[in-house]
Design a protein around this ligand. Structure first.
Ligand SMILES: [Zn+2]
Length: 328
């Protein structure tokens, strides 16, 4: 084991590649990006309004960072011949053959403007010790992309994390109980229960942490604006109505009705019960939240049905609001 750890540690800090942006930052790519994202911020799109803003002209959306250096991926054939590719080859060779992207974090040092030329340097930032998740056992591999302008000044960074793992072998579905005569079950195995796979963790940000902390305290919290009084969900960095940052969690009554719902039968993920009812719940206070409906036969659900909140403790760390039908 120590040997594996040494090999993995030897990759940390190594440079993977240097990528030069094929085009300078330009208004046309910014406009296409904004159209694709549905972003109508005039700072990115309107020359005259942007000129009158604190930016003094059009700037690029910070989240476009990666777009400025993107290479022609249709020319990528097979694994990269660089330290990152070699690290993945090594993890494959010791059994961690599956891969999933887990998350990325970006930081921005300054806005990019038309005419800026961007260069990206990628290094291997971290390889975790062996970890076991709901997917299997493996290692998290984090690369650090650092973005520089033509003066070699840092303009932003991105950390991109993948999980290279050995997949958990699929467990055959248990046969229906009636099909197994009691005498056929070897003594001592009646109570052999496989521990349940944990429910996937919700993706959280600083803006939304209060929602999950509230659920743990058995409170249904929604973001409220202290300036215009509006309520909004899902959480956002600013008020969607008045752009205020004065947002505070407000406790809801927990009462509402089914605005819409789906019942999932397949594919079945081990941490959930099926058929699984997922509803868009119209809260009496106005906002809508997505949650499971529990304690009800999904076949009997109808739009408009009255609901009340309940809290399900899925495990030691995760409590989520769910709803149950109330008779009126
Ligand atoms: Zn507001």
């Amino acid at each position: 084991m120590a040997e594996v750890a040494d090999v993995l540690a030897s990759y940390v800090g190594r440079e993977v590649e240097v990528q030069h942006g094929p085009d300078t930052v330009n208004a046309a790519m910014i406009r296409h990006w904004c159209e694709a994202m549905g972003d109508e911020n005039p700072t990115y799109l309107d020359q005259s309004l942007a000129a009158a803003s604190v930016h003094g002209g059009i700037v690029a959306p910070p989240t476009m960072l990666q777009a400025w250096v993107m290479r022609n991926t249709s020319k990528d054939v097979g694994r990269q011949d660089n330290p990152f590719g070699h690290l993945l080859d090594y993890l494959d060779s010791i059994g961690f053959t599956s891969v999933v992207g887990t998350n990325s974090e970006q930081t921005y040092e300054r806005y990019l403007r038309p005419g800026d030329r961007v260069m990206m340097r990628t290094t291997i930032d971290d390889v975790s010790p062996e970890k076991t998740t709901g997917l299997g056992t493996g290692h998290f591999v984090t690369t650090l992309q650092s973005y520089f302008d033509a003066d070699d000044e840092l303009v932003g960074t991105m950390r991109f994390r993948i999980f290279k793992f050995r997949p958990t072998p699929k467990v055959a579905a248990p046969a229906p109980a009636a099909a197994i005569p009691a005498a056929a079950i070897p003594a001592g195995t009646e109570h052999a229960v496989t521990p349940r796979v944990k429910r996937p963790r919700p993706a959280t940000t600083e803006d939304g942490d209060f929602f999950f902390a509230g659920a743990k305290a058995k409170q249904l919290l929604v973001q409220g604006c202290d300036d215009c009084g509006s309520l909004q969900h899902p959480p956002h960095a600013a008020c969607r109505r008045c752009q205020s940052f004065n947002l505070v969690p407000k406790e809801m009554s927990g009462r509402g009705e089914i605005y819409s719902f789906v019942v999932t039968h397949y594919p079945q993920v081990p941490s959930f019960d099926y058929p699984l009812a997922v509803a868009l719940v119209q809260l009496d206070e106005g906002p809508r939240v997505v949650a499971n409906i529990v304690d009800a036969d999904p076949a009997t659900l109808v739009i408009g049905q009255r609901l009340e909140v309940t809290f399900i403790e899925h495990d030691d760390e995760l409590t989520l609001p769910a709803f149950r039908v109330v008779s009126v």
